[in-house]
Design a protein around this ligand. Structure first.
Ligand code: SF4
Length: 245
């Protein structure tokens, strides 16, 4: 019999260890940083967006690997980070932008943050290898972890939108301030947005969205993990409902 999710001991998901990084299922690491072409015109951006709207998941990953739209990000990145996980996942996790480790490896949520995220998933009976897809709002690391600029967010948005459309997750868990505000079009903080009902309308579908803290924040403030645990229980409860999207 499998592990029962949501036991009392599961709430100690910050204890660390035990969960190995998942293999890459979609997304390929690019061997060389892109050359970074000149800034595209508005017409070129529109044509690019229309192309992305009909891409397959693998095409989206390939397009991200060679994307040169944001010059500053393109010039400074080691690897773009398209995302990682299974197709048709029960849960899609959306973070903000790759950090140093993610940029080096071309994978989302690695290092201590990734380990904590994996432990959080185990606590609700999920794992990156069989039920989850993880992606970022921005696919390339902003230099020195600066905030992404509005034009970069807008340029990268079609990739995330197409990924969500194709993956059709049952539930989305959005982690951290920047990703929550971007995805929900809000200016409120994580504390104000969490434990509320949110939906993302993609085509004809309404996908429930749960907001929580970024694992990197929880590593700095372990005393707030109990709130992340409440949010994970919200995810678990939504996953038990019949799929409506
Ligand atoms: S952040 Fe997104 S839009 Fe900008 S260069 Fe990277 S993949 Fe392209």
């Amino acid at each position: 019999m499998g592990r029962t999710p949501l036991s009392e001991t599961d709430s100690a998901f910050g204890s660390g260890g035990g969960v190995k990084p998942a293999p890459v299922i979609t997304g390929v690491q690019s061997p060389e940083p892109a050359a970074c072409a000149s800034v595209p015109s508005a017409d070129e951006l529109l044509a690019r967006e229309q192309k992305i709207r009909v891409m397959s998941l693998d095409d989206v990953s390939r397009a991200i690997e060679s994307c040169e739209v944001c010059r500053d990000l393109c010039r400074n990145r080691k690897h773009p980070v398209p995302g990682q996980g299974i197709t048709n996942p029960r849960l899609m996790i959306i973070g903000e932008a790759p950090g140093e480790m993610e940029d080096l490896k071309g994978l989302p949520f690695v290092g201590r943050s990734g380990e904590l995220l994996d432990n959080m998933l185990v606590a609700i009976g999920l794992s990156r290898t069989d039920s989850v897809f993880v992606a970022n709002t921005i696919k390339c690391r902003p230099p020195a972890n600066r905030n992404p600029r509005p034009e970069e967010v807008s340029a990268c948005k079609p990739y995330l939108q197409r990924q969500i459309e194709l993956l059709e997750p049952q539930v989305i868990l959005v982690v951290g301030l920047f990703a929550s505000q971007t995805l929900l079009g809000s200016t409120e903080g994580v504390q104000a947005l969490r434990q509320r009902d949110h939906f993302l309308e993609i085509g004809q579908r309404k996908i429930p969205v749960v907001v929580t803290f970024h694992p990197a924040y929880l590593l700095r403030r372990p005393e707030d993990k109990f709130m992340a645990w409440q949010d994970l229980k919200q995810v678990w409860s939504l996953l038990r409902e019949p799929r409506t999207n």
